[in-house]
Design a protein around this ligand. Structure first.
Ligand code: ZN
Ligand code: ZN
Ligand code: ZN
Length: 375
């Protein structure tokens, strides 16, 4: 993410988001929200400081009050240029002043506030020292669904990011795999994501052979061999919105077992996708995918949740995981990415971003889910 806000949004869009966030805070019993630079601030205001420094920058949202951005004086001109700036008041503070006293003027002296998870501890401690009657909660824990439901413009951006990632896959399947290092294929993937419009590459996982059985393996020096399964999981940000897709390819002809395991994962991914519709709990998506793998006898080898939300970041709520009872709502976007990981041998994962529609789900990735054979 660079300093530029996604173009499709206007000051009115940000005004509406900030009003919705303030209302959600009130509904959650909070006196307000304190938002540090990061994904929530980008989503609420379109503003990303050029550099995050130790100087306090904080968006203060409280029900019934106008939003205020507390900002260092030297950053104020930049903040005033953000698309959302007309929807808020800037309150700048100059070096030598106490920024917590400036912020305290905007807060209830005895309120409970939601604060960004990525706010610096020194800032939270400064606020607590200045306003000993206040208390604080994790903004993400208090309002996990704040950014979960995407509006039509956000959906278009997520679909465009997904299409760009798909273009990258269509190109990477043509390159040579056998005899090259995972890191070289990963560099190709990163270059392709940028070529197709990504401004930021968050991950390019290339897990060949036994490395594919470790879902956290990124990529390394292993030379890919004929006969390897290769898990390719890649994504990043394009125009401020995320992509994240996985396909598992095979170098040359696969064995019957490799085909069978890939088929099971493909059916599990399809079952997870088909479970998506409004009102269904997130955990039902996980259960639907997991049931296919368990019935095929590989349950113990599916060792992670089925999916995660995506938006202005590539990992965020809602999570498709056992125990998550949050109902799906049209406009939510998340991954469906079951896998089977056979230690020391190979792994298979298939991942699409899916959005909830009025009566089901729609995939934002659409390359083939059949096993692709590469050279
Ligand atoms: Zn093989
Ligand atoms: Zn992924
Ligand atoms: Zn993912």
């Amino acid at each position: 993410m660079t300093g530029t806000a996604p173009a499709p949004f206007t000051a009115d869009d940000y005004r509406a988001r900030m009003a919705r966030a303030a209302q959600a805070a009130a509904d959650a019993g909070l006196a307000g929200l304190l938002v540090a630079p990061g994904p929530d601030m980008v989503w609420l205001t379109g503003y990303t400081p050029t550099a995050v420094t130790e100087r306090l920058t904080l968006l203060v949202l409280a029900p019934g009050r106008d939003p205020v951005l507390v900002v260092p004086t030297l950053e104020a001109p930049d903040a005033a240029g953000a698309v959302g700036a007309p929807a808020l008041t800037l309150r700048d503070w100059t070096d030598g002043k106490n920024p917590y006293a400036v912020t305290a003027d905007l807060l209830d002296t005895s309120g409970r506030f939601g604060i960004s998870d990525n706010a610096w501890a020194m800032h939270l401690l400064g606020l607590q020292r200045t306003l000993p009657g206040t208390s604080y909660a994790s903004l993400t824990e208090a309002l996990p669904m704040l950014r979960a439901v995407k509006d039509p413009a956000e959906l278009r951006l997520l679909a465009a990011a997904g299409a760009a990632a798909d273009q990258a896959f269509e190109e990477i399947r043509k390159v040579a795999f056998a005899g090259r290092r995972e890191s070289e294929v990963g560099a190709d993937l990163a270059e392709l994501l940028r070529r197709f419009g990504h401004s930021q590459v968050d991950f390019t996982i290339v897990g060949s052979g036994p490395n594919g059985a470790n879902p956290h393996h990124e990529m390394g020096d292993r030379v890919i061999e004929r006969g390897d399964m290769v898990v390719l999981d890649f994504g990043g940000l394009k125009d401020g919105y995320g992509s994240d897709t996985t396909r598992t390819v095979h170098v040359g002809e696969p064995t019957d077992e490799e085909r069978r395991v890939h088929d099971i994962v493909r059916e599990a991914q399809e079952a997870g996708f088909r479970a998506v519709r409004p009102g269904v709990a997130c955990q039902e998506v996980d259960r639907a995918a997991r049931a296919v793998i368990a019935e095929a006898g590989y349950g113990e080898y599916f060792i992670h949740r089925t999916g995660h939300g995506i938006g202005v970041t590539t990992h965020e709520p809602p999570y498709m995981i056992e125990g998550e009872e949050q109902p799906l709502v049209p406009g939510m976007c998340f991954s469906v990415e079951p896998g089977i990981y056979l230690p020391g041998r190979f792994g298979v994962r298939i991942e699409d971003i899916v959005t909830v529609t009025g009566d089901g789900g729609r995939r934002l990735n659409d390359t083939t889910r059949e096993m692709v054979l590469v050279d």
